[in-house]
Write a protein that binds this ligand. Sequence first.
Ligand code: ADP
Ligand code: MG
Length: 238
Amino acid sequence: MGQITLSKVVKQFGEVTVIPPLDLEINEGEFVVFVGPSGCGKSTLLRLIAGLEDTSAGSITIDGVNATDLPPAKRGLAMVFQSYALYPHMTVRKNIAFPLKMAGMSPEEQEKRVKAAAGVLNMNKLLDRRPGQLSGGQRQRVAIGRAIVREPKAFLFDEPLSNLDAALRMGMRLEITELHQRLKTTMIYVTHDQVEAMTMADKIVVLNAGRIEQAGSPLELYKNPKNIFVASFIGSPK
Ligand code: ADP
Ligand code: MG
């Protein structure tokens, strides 16, 4: 589960081509990081995979099924938004259960999944609080919990830690990595932070102006950067 193939995917906004034809293979269970400078198309690529943007050409396959024209809810993927996307008036429990409620799941099953997710995230004691009564890290965990309960084929993260301070960011990186080791679910993680890419990824995809400059393990990219752009972005020795 969670095998995603992009084949000649193109994205244009009006006359502007943001993603020229792009091929990418994401393997089952892989932790893939899209990294690159601001404006290079990381979010657009993630949103194409999520179905939040339509492709201009090409195809996206998820677990062997052509998902190119499927709406987001039918793709079986879960996007983790930044923590400020929580509902302030709802408890943690209700925030986490929200996608399940929308899907029409029974209250008993909702509660079972919320408890399981809270266990994984170590937040059992926080279920009755509201987002305003939580720290930044705890809020981010709630946002992740809202994805976990859906039992997705893959988690999609778009710079989830960018509004946390440095110390908290370090802790959350470890938590997300641990979550991946536990669930073994495919994760696609977008960041402009090279340290995040190097420390979290099984596979790094270096993007530049919508193109893949190089894709490979952190060590491969570090040792054998294909070009100056990758070398300077990854910090390989000159
Ligand atoms: P990143 O996430 O790497 O910072 P984005 O994917 O957000 O980059 O943006 C890539 C390029 O696409 C940028 O030049 C941005 O201005 C453009 N872009 C993104 N979304 C839209 C949109 N809805 N309409 C027009 N241009 C867009
Ligand atoms: Mg972005």
